[in-house]
Design a protein around this ligand. Structure first.
Ligand SMILES: CC(C)(COP(=O)(O)OP(=O)(O)OC[C@H]1O[C@@H](n2cnc3c(N)ncnc32)[C@H](O)[C@@H]1OP(=O)(O)O)[C@@H](O)C(=O)NCCC(=O)NCCS
Length: 234
């Protein structure tokens, strides 16, 4: 599978294009104009509970803070690529794209979801000191270090669920990450009641490594979390 970034001729933005039958789907850096559509998707009853949110909890203010943070991360990698890494073939310190867009016949690009391949921050570790220690050590590893623990997380607009799209989006991001990040270890997780997400990972070669029983408080219930990981074949 091709893992090459392409560049938008007008804006200069890098993007990955999914293979057929999803060739009208691209993955680009986040844009601040994604605030409104991202709130609409994240606050949908078919999405919110699986992201650990109650309805109404994901506000435009939260989205704005989140987008500013992830955009700063992807902007930094775009700059790394621009200032030499693209020419040398990497490695780079992170992934410059994550927002999934559908190209429509009229030329518009509609935001339909997020697939983020980022350095793991061990979100499942409740102890703040331990989580910070693990994340700091991971963030300190240089670009291309095979010991970096990556994390992949995602959501998709309900209008596009069940077509096989996220399975292919994750596969595409992994292909890029293996080539440009030298990724060898990717962590993820899904709630017990989210078979769709579990399958996306399993279909991409991830395996279940741990079950954290009643681990995450979502509303009034404690949800069981599956830790699911991919390790490069040796
Ligand atoms: C999870 C999610 C990203 C899956 O995306 P998707 O594009 O619909 O997934 P795919 O179509 O690639 O499906 C992958 C597999 O899971 C199955 N699947 C998808 N949704 C399912 C569901 N609700 N129940 C059971 N199986 C499901 C598909 O049938 C497919 O298996 P198959 O190839 O054997 O038929 C999407 O449903 C979503 O955004 N959900 C809300 C947010 C979320 O859960 N994010 C992940 C948090 S861990």
């Amino acid at each position: 599978m091709s893992v090459a970034l392409q560049y938008n001729l007008t804006t200069g933005e890098p993007f990955l294009r999914l293979p057929p039958p999803f060739s009208n789907i691209i993955i680009t850096p986040p844009r601040m104009s994604d605030v409104e559509p991202s709130v609409a998707i994240m606050d949908d009853p078919a999405v919110a509970p699986f992201m650990g949110n109650r309805l109404g909890q994901y506000t435009p203010e939260k989205a704005e803070r989140w987008l500013a943070k992830v955009k700063a991360q992807t902007d930094a990698v775009v700059e790394e690529l621009r200032t030499g890494a693209a020419e040398t073939g990497g490695p780079v310190s992170g992934c410059p794209v994550r927002h999934i867009r559908e190209e429509r016949a009229d030329g518009t690009e509609v935001y339909i979801g997020d697939v983020g391949l980022v350095r793991s921050g061990w979100p499942e570790v409740h102890d703040v000191e331990e989580r910070t220690r693990l994340a700091s050590a991971n963030n300190a590893l240089p670009a291309g270090d095979p010991n970096i623990a990556w994390h992949i997380g995602y959501y998709l607009a309900p209008s596009h669920h069940g077509r096989g799209l996220m399975t292919v989006a994750v596969k595409t991001m992994m292909g890029w990450g293996i080539a440009w990040l030298k990724a060898r270890y990717i962590r993820s997780s899904a709630f017990e009641d989210n078979p769709g997400s579990q399958k996306v990972l399993l279909k991409n070669g991830f395996v279940l490594v741990d079950t954290l029983v009643e681990h995450v408080q979502v509303g009034d219930t404690k949800k069981t979390l599956y830790l699911i990981e991919w390790t490069a074949p040796s």
